[in-house]
Design a protein around this ligand. Structure first.
Ligand code: HEC
Length: 143
């Protein structure tokens, strides 16, 4: 019983902070920025590139979809933010995975932090509620 309660509390904490960084964002601006900076690779409808799970001869993967068929929602907000700001290789290097050749460029020089959050909030807003709830649990509770 105690274990069940603790698990439930963790869940509730997860939900409470679900969209924390994504709350109150400008979704319209996020969509405009997405179309401008991300759609060329991730697709106008967030569908990703064809055969996105197959790496090319250099070992670089194509851009994955950002819709529910991809794995963007498997990650917490912090990783998605870093991936966008720093680019794939650097974001992973920060997490101790070095030498990964990522096709995802960093946007830290092009977009402000707020603009990146607006885009991520737009992407998030397109997911079905069920997926939003699962993704929410990936976000560590803040104080
Ligand atoms: C030049 C092509 C290109 C552009 C432009 C691009 N991406 Fe990516 N993105 C990629 C590739 C390729 C990957 C897969 C990276 C990997 O294997 O590390 C990726 C991965 C990601 C991931 C990790 C997703 C996951 O499912 O693990 C996020 C988040 C992301 N991109 C966000 C964005 C955002 C937001 C923009 C626009 C600001 C953007 N990307 C623009 C190519 C691109």
């Amino acid at each position: 019983m105690k274990l069940v309660l603790t698990t439930m509390l963790l869940f509730v904490a997860g939900f409470a902070h679900a969209a924390h960084e994504l709350e109150g964002r400008d979704l319209e601006s996020g969509k405009v920025l997405y179309d401008e900076h991300c759609a060329s690779c991730h697709g106008a409808n967030l569908e990703g590139q064809p055969n996105w799970q197959t790496a090319d001869e250099d070992g670089v993967l194509p851009a994955p979809p950002h819709n529910e068929r991809g794995h963007t929602w498997h990650h917490g907000n912090a990783l998605l933010f870093q991936y966008t700001k720093l680019g794939g290789s650097e974001a992973l290097a920060e997490r101790g995975i070095s030498g990964f050749k990522s096709g995802m460029p960093g946007f830290g020089d092009t977009l402000s932090d707020d603009e990146i959050w607006n885009i991520l909030a737009f992407i998030w807003s397109t997911w079905p509620e069920r997926i939003q709830e699962i993704q929410a649990v990936r976000n560590p509770p803040h104080n």
